[in-house]
Design a protein around this ligand. Structure first.
Ligand code: SF4
Length: 245
């Protein structure tokens, strides 16, 4: 595990949450699905705008009202339904294989048993499925009716964690997940979901991938990239110029 900073990390995360809550207002409620629905939704959502992936998911459940029908559908048919998400061919193939795998051990597609495994084992169970990495597995546990404490690190949040200096600029999603979870012991599923929503909003509105509007950022006071920008060390673009080791 590439842990870069530990001193003050827990305080930093609480401070980030509080500052973002003050700046953006409280995070609204998250639409909660059964675990299998959230898994499918997350599997088609990668690198796709929220409204597009939601539309694709709704078309998918309309076309295949029960999960066994989706598990038996040809990949080309699924691809036609989710055609406007990124990499629809790859995602359709992953869905076919993953749902067939689940059907072999859980023919009712009821994944509530994951709640009894604990977070680490539940993540591992999900991540053996094709197309399921840490973001999809954490989303399945946290945003579903399972309500398990697993932090969802999407591309916006990974970028912010890197720029802020919480993880190294080359840290991957899994490392960022490990760091965040280690920094916030005792945070509930709802706490972690709120942090996700607030940080994602920051990434969508201020800390963009190609330009960071640090002047308007509620967490600029402690952000290492913002400090580097003020000192003209480097432009704040992709990654974190203050944390490139
Ligand atoms: S201060 Fe700038 S680089 Fe840091 S999180 Fe905010 S917008 Fe992003």
């Amino acid at each position: 595990m590439q842990m870069a900073f530990s001193f003050g990390a827990a305080e930093d995360m609480a401070w980030v949450r509080d500052r973002l809550r003050s700046g953006f207002g409280p995070a609204g409620p998250i639409h909660v699905r059964p675990p299998i629905g959230q898994l499918v939704k997350s599997m088609i959502s990668g690198r796709t705008r929220d409204e597009v992936s939601l539309g694709a998911y709704l078309r998918l459940v309309a076309a295949y009202p029960d999960w066994s029908g989706l598990a038996l559908a040809p990949a080309a048919d699924i691809e036609a339904v989710i055609g406007d998400v990124t990499f629809p061919d790859v995602k359709a193939q992953h869905l076919c294989t993953a749902l067939a795998d689940i059907a072999s051990s859980r023919p009712d597609f009821d994944l509530t048993f994951l709640g009894s495994l604990g977070v680490a084992r539940a993540l591992a169970w999900l991540e053996r499925l094709p197309g399921v990495g840490r973001k999809v597995s954490a989303s399945t546990l946290n945003f579903s009716t399972l309500h398990m404490p697993a932090f969802v690190v999407d591309t916006h949040i990974l970028r912010i964690l890197r720029r802020f200096g919480f993880v190294r600029c080359k840290a991957d999603t899994r490392t960022a997940y490990d760091w965040t979870m280690a920094a916030v012991p005792g945070w509930s599923a709802a706490d972690l979901a709120e942090l996700h929503v607030l940080m994602k909003r920051l990434g969508q509105t201020i800390c963009h991938a190609d330009c960071a509007e640090c002047r308007n950022c509620p967490i600029r006071q402690r952000c290492r990239a913002a400090a580097a920008f003020r000192q003209n060390e480097a432009p704040v673009l992709n990654g974190n110029p203050a944390n490139s080791a």
